[in-house]
Design a binder for this molecule. Structure first.
Ligand code: DX5
Ligand code: ZN
Length: 218
């Protein structure tokens, strides 16, 4: 099966956002990965609702919204209203994750849970059957262009086992430092979705780089 490729808009040229959205529309990418950072949960601020709305206006593929914010519950309805198809909250930001996940699903969105590099996969064992996606952070969230953390491979292997043992349909998404070299081993370890920011947008031919990621054969 071919991987799902989700270019991260964080690495796009915000002064030419429509151009970059249309490049992804015309490419072999599957989803738009949209990073929301609040300057509290992570030490960076990205963008908010007006920008998501602007992306949605032109995007012809699903929006995969990754919330790196505290108190995500406050904004679930609004992210639905501005066009989220997949809404991912951080395990570390939710005191009542089960409730949060049910809320997201009740609005018709797919529900994702992101997990920081220091959080063990085991922590997901009582939620894995309820969710559509696990976003395994392969960098500490907050910035594009960081170095991939090698421990991610063993987390993917544990997560694959957990998903199987709980009969879960969750997809495994890898976010941070994904490039043309580690993409194949990540997919071999069990990843289904590759987020790529700098690898796509800093390449001389972003659309061709998306093709290269998409056509990786296992
Ligand atoms: C990091 C974000 C990522 C980021 C990935 O906190 O969640 O989605 O945009 O960018 P690259 O692929 O450049 O590491
Ligand atoms: Zn992300």
């Amino acid at each position: 099966m071919q991987p799902i490729i989700a270019p991260s808009i964080l690495s796009a040229d915000f002064a030419n956002l429509q151009r970059d959205v249309e490049m992804i529309n015309a490419s072999n990418a599957d989803w738009f990965h949209v990073d929301i950072m609040d300057g509290v949960f992570v030490p960076n601020i990205s963008f908010g609702f007006p920008v998501v709305k602007a992306i949605k206006k032109y995007a012809n593929k699903p929006l995969d919204i990754h919330l790196m914010i505290v108190e995500p519950d406050k904004y679930i309805q609004t992210f639905c209203d501005v066009g989220a198809n997949i809404l991912t909250v951080h395990f570390e930001a939710c005191n009542h994750l089960h409730r949060t996940v049910q809320h997201i699903k009740s609005l018709g969105m797919q529900s994702g849970v992101a997990i920081n590099p220091h959080s063990a996969i085991d922590l997901l064992k009582d939620i894995i059957a309820d969710i559509d996606l696990v976003c395994v952070m392969s960098v500490n969230p907050g910035f594009g262009g960081q170095k991939f953390i090698e421990n991610t491979y063993s987390k993917i292997i544990s997560l694959t086992e957990l998903i199987k043992s709980k009969n879960s349909k969750a997809k495994i998404e890898i976010d941070g430092g994904v490039d043309l070299k580690n993409a194949l081993p990540l997919l071999k370890a069990g990843a289904n979705v590759l987020v790529a920011g700098n690898t796509v947008f800093l390449s001389p031919n972003p659309s061709q780089t998306i093709d290269q990621l998409k056509s990786i054969q296992l």
